[in-house]
Design a protein around this ligand. Structure first.
Ligand code: FHN
Length: 437
């Protein structure tokens, strides 16, 4: 009995030692001027299109279908034979994003299933070499996005369920999966990242995902990040690792959470840093195409996400999962078009703004630009007034945005009262424009 106890104790101690998160002694990083400038342009953009697309879309059950349905990799790989997206049009996608008021597109260049959506010499499991379609859709998208003034970002998975050098499911010992060629996997990623940056020179951000699969592994971020910044110092690096940013990263991202919230529970440390912020969300409940998912967010919900993100200094990266034929379903395109119409009217209150000095309130948020503050009421207010605590700016005028209607206000040391008497409130967002002295 004593022996068994001893064995169990040492087994659990060993497990604990092995599952220690890897700590990153990353070198200090000073971003290049071009990088700092792109960070500001990125902050101004406010709204981007996230695209999860790969061979998994053929099964219409999301991008994790292989994992969830326990499909052996050899069988899963055959999906490439059926992936023939003849309906894909880079022009249509870019126009859809533009009409929605989106300023950038982030697309999955390779997801956890290891299928590359671009021509790569590092693996034959890619859209050009493994499908009958044979076209590099990233090339087409890159060309079209550049022509239309839309910035292009690439999602890149750290996880690979297929490669033996990744060793999916293996135990991590001393920062590496046991009995695998981990260094080989790292150099495979370096090859692909080099291709993505040199063959698609307008790419402006690499969006890593999958760290959470191996918190205790050494991902060699020092090498990956310095390679990217050496190839193009302007490129922003983001990593969806659910931790505060590491040295070498240029943006902080939040998955299905606004900065400061932690609804998903992904974060241990919920702090918000000084880097540009981005929050990503799905237009229904799925990232990759899911034929059964009818949980479409409404136009109002999307606008509220966007406004709430802007009021917290973050961009909204809104995801759609295109169908296997390359088309985007009408439920999504209709919503995006309606959001675009709203943005056309309200552009000034969103693009190029920063969060106002006031913390988000129960009724909404504020954005600001130069000497103007935009108060976004995201709820119908039954009171005669709202109060903006801590607003110290010296207000000159207040008016209903988009009309000449002046609004009464009163400044006190604790903040600002805005009187709403008889104001017709908008069902989505009533915007009040404050001019500061
Ligand atoms: O596992 C992925 C998931 O498929 C999707 O890509 C999202 C996007 O943020 N990230 C991962 C989950 O954290």
């Amino acid at each position: 009995m004593k022996k068994i106890m001893l064995f169990l104790i040492s087994f659990f101690l060993l497990l604990q030692v092995q599952s220690q998160p890897y700590t990153y002694p990353l070198p200090a990083y000073s971003p290049a001027q071009a990088n700092l400038e792109y960070r500001e342009r990125f902050r101004d953009m406010k709204f981007g299109l996230f695209i999860h697309w790969g061979v998994y879309s053929v099964l219409g059950d999301g991008e994790w279908v292989m994992y969830h349905k326990k499909i052996p990799y050899d069988n899963y790989k055959r999906l490439a034979d059926f992936f023939n997206p003849v309906g894909f049009s880079a022009k249509e996608w870019v126009q859809m994003a533009k009409n929605a008021g989106m300023k950038y597109i982030t697309i999955t260049s390779r997801h956890h299933d290891g299928f590359s959506m671009f021509k790569t010499n590092a693996s034959s499991y890619n859209i050009v070499d493994a499908t009958t379609y044979k076209n590099d859709i990233l090339k087409e998208l890159a060309k079209e996005a550049e022509k239309e003034g839309i910035a292009l970002h690439f999602y890149y998975s750290l996880v690979d369920w297929g490669r033996t050098d990744y060793g999916h499911g293996k135990r991590i010992v001393d920062g590496k999966p046991e009995n695998t060629e981990w260094e080989n996997y790292i150099s495979f990623m370096k090859k692909q990242l080099t291709e993505l940056i040199t063959n698609y020179p307008n790419v402006k951000c690499i969006w890593f995902d999958g760290h959470w699969d191996r918190k205790d592994a050494n991902w060699h971020y020092d090498e990956l990040y310095s390679l990217i910044h050496k190839l193009n110092p302007e490129i922003l690096i983001g990593n969806n690792h659910h931790m505060p940013p590491l040295p070498g990263e240029d943006l902080q991202m939040f998955e299905k959470d606004l900065p400061g919230e932690n609804k998903t529970g992904y974060r241990k440390d919920n702090s918000i840093g000084a880097l540009p912020l981005e929050t990503c969300e799905t237009i229904n409940n799925s990232w990759g195409y899911n034929i059964n998912d009818r949980n479409y967010k409404s136009v109002k919900q999307i606008i509220h996400l966007l406004v709430n993100a802007a009021g917290r200094n973050a961009n909204l990266l809104l995801n759609v999962g295109p169908m296997p034929n390359g088309k985007i379903q009408s439920e999504f395109t209709d919503t995006l078009a309606a959001v675009g119409r709203w943005l056309q009217k309200n552009a000034e209150t969103i693009y190029g703004t920063r969060a106002g000095d006031m913390q988000p309130q129960d009724w909404g948020i504020v954005t600001s630009k130069n000497k103007t503050i935009y108060v976004h009421l995201l709820k119908k207010i039954n009171n005669d007034y709202i109060f903006l605590p801590g607003l110290e700016n010296n207000i000159r005028t207040a008016s209903l945005f988009g009309s000449k209607q002046d609004i009464r206000f009163k400044q006190v040391p604790e903040g600002l009262f805005i009187y709403l008497n008889n104001m017709i409130q908008d069902d989505i967002d009533t915007v009040i424009r404050l001019e500061v002295h």
